[in-house]
Design a protein around this ligand. Structure first.
Ligand code: T4K
Length: 416
């Protein structure tokens, strides 16, 4: 394949946007529509809507098998899954987690009165730095939450050693890492438990949904109890619980989408490869490469923008793309520690997170998945190539009305 390296006119410089309709990061993938409708219609016919049911049970069996563990407890979403897992594991006091993650990873602690202790990430891995974890352990620490960011597993072995040495619980936020593996072992089989997300924006979705997977039978029993108000029988409540249940409709959708998981990965991988080729040689633009020695789902295509080498900042590049209707996202800017309530709770200088700050100012997620074809990827790459080639003009357009309009087309606050 010969790549088209010709430059494109840019909307921020007065041309028409390259795409008439927005291209999103997180547009849902959908499995076989016939199977999907059959199952949805079955849910309606049987009137088995929630509180357990055949689709939920089958979904749990399939996810447990994928994760290589005996137990899967499906949840309404990953956020409630994390909350319930944290409580079931008895975490309290302080828990160490990366700041460079989606805000839910921090909120699930704070929501339960547990102090989140923000840890830095590795420069190349974007995942929690085990050496930094060790420095943050205090007598109040009860656990560590690692996040397999962008589907790249954390240093699970080292984290397990640290957890064992200090008697800490180890939980993984695996929202991005379904179908990935580490050292040949599936993600889902590490730590005390792991939590998947099946939110609409995840590459396998159940519309809203999550699941806690674990090898520990007692923990699984506890998770099931907590997920359903603590009920052990019709009118017998045996423990404190909440409502974390996944509905049958979600399970039916999740199950159908799961059947297309390999097809979704294959689309993601083709897009990722095409981005890799199309972005090659653009000064200051580096594709965050998936470590392919293990299984990956290629759900996130992320670039790192070196402002000095590219001649334009990550935020300027994002504005250029938004003006073209390419809604690239800054996952995960600005880092949890710079978001409320944490920004106000902790005085400036509490955290030393140089790699987090660096990553948060440089990364940009690009659209992929079923809704993005290779031609669209080619166009996006050529827009990025053109923005870098025309960087002086793009920068000087930054003060013009056109440019400001580009910033406000969608949600200016996203770009603040
Ligand atoms: N831990 C980590 C590391 C996570 O990334 C997440 C969630 C969680 C925990 C918690 O998992 P859940 O409790 O959600 O199961 C989105 C998602 O809401 C969130 O689930 C996800 N991470 C995060 C990375 O992204 P937003 O606010 O950035 O998404 P939003 O609504 O802007 O959607 C992105 C784009 O996707 C939209 O511009 C349009 C498109 N879209 C979205 C939805 C929901 C559609 O085309 N259809 C849709 O139904 O948070």
């Amino acid at each position: 394949m010969t790549l088209d390296r010709t430059l494109r006119p840019l909307a921020v410089l007065g041309s028409q946007p390259a795409f008439a309709e927005p291209l999103h990061v997180g547009r849902p993938n959908m499995g076989d529509p016939v199977r999907m409708l059959e199952r949805i219609s079955d849910v309606i016919d049987t009137r088995r809507l929630t509180n357990g049911g055949p689709y939920l049970e089958e979904f749990e069996r399939r996810i447990a098998a994928l994760a290589g563990v005996d137990h899967c407890v499906a949840m309404a979403n990953a956020t409630i899954g994390l909350e319930i897992a944290i409580r079931a594991l008895g975490m309290a006091g302080e828990v160490i987690l990366p700041s460079f993650t989606f805000i839910a990873t921090a909120h699930v602690l704070q929501w339960q009165g547990i102090t989140p202790v923000f840890c830095d990430i590795g420069r190349d891995t974007y995942t929690i730095d085990p050496a930094a974890v060790e420095r943050l352990i205090t007598p109040r620490t009860t656990g560590i939450i690692g996040v397999h960011l962008y589907g790249q597993p954390c240093a699970v072995d080292r984290l397990a050693e640290i957890a064992a040495e200090h008697g800490l619980r180890l939980l993984f936020d695996s929202a991005h890492a379904l179908g990935c593996s580490y050292g040949g072992r599936p993600v889902g089989s590490f730590g005390d438990a792991e939590v998947f997300s099946f939110h609409a924006t995840k590459f396998v979705n159940s519309m809203e949904g999550g699941a806690v997977v674990t090898a520990d039978a007692n923990l699984a029993d506890n998770l099931r109890l907590m997920r359903n108000f603590g009920f052990t029988f019709y009118d017998r409540v045996s423990a404190l619980g909440i409502n974390g249940k996944m509905s049958e409709m979600s399970a039916a959708v999740g199950l159908t989408n799961l059947e297309s998981m390999d097809a979704f990965i294959s689309v993601n991988r083709s897009n990722y490869e095409r981005y890799r080729q199309g972005l090659e040689g653009i000064s200051g633009i580096r594709l965050v490469v998936s470590d392919e020695s293990d299984k990956r789902n290629y759900q996130y295509v992320v670039i790192d923008v070196d402002e000095t080498a590219a001649g334009l900042s990550r935020d300027t590049l994002q504005a250029v793309l938004w003006a073209e209707n390419v809604l690239a996202r800054r996952y995960f800017y600005p880092g949890c520690h710079r978001s409320e309530p944490y920004r106000s709770m902790f005085p400036t200088g509490t955290w030393t997170l140089p790699e987090t700050e660096r990553a948060a100012s440089r990364v940009l997620s690009l659209p992929t998945g079923q809704a993005v074809d290779l031609d669209a990827v080619d166009t996006i790459c050529s827009l990025i190539r053109s923005a870098v080639a025309l960087a002086p003009a793009v920068r000087s357009a930054a003060d013009t009305r056109l440019y400001r309009e580009a910033l406000t087309i969608h949600d200016a606050s996203q770009l603040a």
